[in-house]
Write a protein that binds this ligand. Structure first.
Ligand code: PA5
Length: 424
């Protein structure tokens, strides 16, 4: 069980000496994270959250999942940003059929999507999980207003209460007030863990448990990450190397990081990562722009730009060693398409050759790239990968000289929107 980082295709762009030059800054960032002495230190509770997550919570949520699975056919998960992306990312990454399908609401204001959710409530036995740390975010607040009304049309009393679960702050926010007034069940998001770092809190654990994910393995993956990426020495910590390499490349003008995977189940992992890195580092006129592609699909749309466009990009591939299912390419007597050369081979082998060819070609085209490889696409590995990226952005953000744990910029549009909405 492991995650590795291959840096062969950084040659000529990033040397060991370049990386080592960042060692003092990385060590300082490490100390600031672990001793809570850096900017935004009120929000670094995620650093040791894996080892602080009580087994009792896992047991409690496993029992909750059993109960909900017995009376529901689907879950409606309401939330946006850090209260949405990690849930979707985990479920899509794991693939297969969840014990209960999860439908998402509150991550947009599409009336078409919302009318589908209301129809789902009318026709199906559902449980709703509404997630908002602040409890005041526009999209999930409006979605919950609509969903709550639809639920009340269908259920009442104890039946209603057993079907609505709120995940929010312990004391503050409108959602906490709703819990107190309506008597809905609730789980608490710790004060010291910000939205985009909250997948290991009840934000992720509640819906994932209900969907049937092995949350014990998920937590174990995080715990493995906490141990593995705790060494302040860059040369012994691939997470810190990743953070340092990003900063070396950024200084060379590589201001876009393209996360690319040859595995479509990684698509929402890249969406989660984009929020984590974009919201943590994009401030004060600084920051690497996080972008993503799914290959080989996007090689047929973005391939030209990647190979030959403006050379301000570096690439981080995410690969998976052993896939959950495989198929063998059949022989074709006429060999009309001339692909008998791969007949008898697994399709995933072909996919991996496509990765090797792409990494090499992009490198030759002036796009330095590195590759993070996971042994398997299971709950353990995604937990460890999330921790890798969380720690990576904590270090990288401090090295860049920003507070990685706030997001003052996201308020600007809200102020203008509230004026338009007439919100007090
Ligand atoms: O990282 C963040 O803080 C944000 O993206 C939030 O997760 C997002 O805005 C949702 O916030 P809340 O959970 O308070 O509704």
């Amino acid at each position: 069980m492991s995650i590795s980082l291959n840096t062969d295709f950084l040659k000529g762009h990033v040397s060991d000496a370049d990386i080592q030059a960042f060692a003092p800054m990385v060590e300082k960032a490490h100390k600031d994270l672990h001793h809570k002495t850096g900017a935004g230190n009120d929000f670094v509770g995620w650093v040791d959250l894996p080892s602080r997550t009580p087994d009792a919570l896992i047991t409690e949520l496993t029992a909750l999942a059993k109960e909900v699975q017995a009376h529901s056919e689907a879950i409606i998960s309401i939330g946006i940003g850090g209260s949405y992306l990690g849930i979707r990312s985990t479920l899509e990454f794991l693939g297969g059929e969840p014990r209960l399908p999860v439908y998402y609401a509150g991550h947009n204001m599409s009336s078409v999507d919302m009318s589908r959710i209301i129809r789902l409530i009318e026709t199906t036995n559902v449980t709703v999980v509404v997630i908002s740390k602040s409890g005041t975010t526009t999209e999930p607040a409006l979605a919950f207003r609509l969903v709550d009304a639809a639920m009340k049309q269908k259920y009442n009393g104890a039946e209603l209460k057993k079907r609505i679960i709120c995940v929010t702050d312990a004391k503050k926010g409108a959602l906490r007030q709703i819990v107190d007034k309506e008597g809905y069940r609730s789980y608490m998001i710790p004060d010291d863990v910000g939205g985009r770092f909250s997948i290991l809190t009840p934000v992720g654990l509640v819906p994932l448990a209900l969907a049937g994910v092995d949350i014990r393995a998920f937590v174990d993956g995080f715990r493995a990450g906490e141990k593995e990426y705790a060494n302040a020495d860059l040369s012994k910590n691939i997470c810190y190397r990743y953070a340092a390499i990003r900063n070396v490349l950024y200084k060379q003008g590589k201001c876009i990081e393209m996360m690319a995977s040859f595995y479509p189940n990684v698509q929402y992992v890249t969406e989660w990562w984009k929020q984590l890195y974009g919201e943590s580092e994009g401030k004060g006129g600084k920051g690497i722009f996080p972008a993503s592609t799914i290959l080989s699909t996007d090689l047929h749309s973005m391939g030209q730009l990647m190979q030959d466009g403006m050379r301000n990009i570096f690439e981080t591939f995410v690969m998976i060693n052993t896939v959950a299912a495989n198929v063998i390419v059949p022989v074709q007597a006429e060999d009309t398409d001339k692909f008998n050369c791969v007949a008898g081979k697994e399709l995933d082998w072909v996919n991996k050759q496509a990765y090797k060819a792409t990494a090499d070609a992009h490198f030759e085209g002036g796009v330095p790239n590195m590759c993070i490889t996971l042994d398997k696409a299971d709950a353990f590995h995604i937990g460890q990968l999330y921790y890798f990226f969380e720690k990576g952005v904590g270090i990288s953000g401090y090295v860049l000289g920003v507070n990685p744990f706030d997001q003052p910029g996201v308020e600007a549009y809200k102020k203008k929107m509230f004026v338009l909405l007439g919100k007090k």
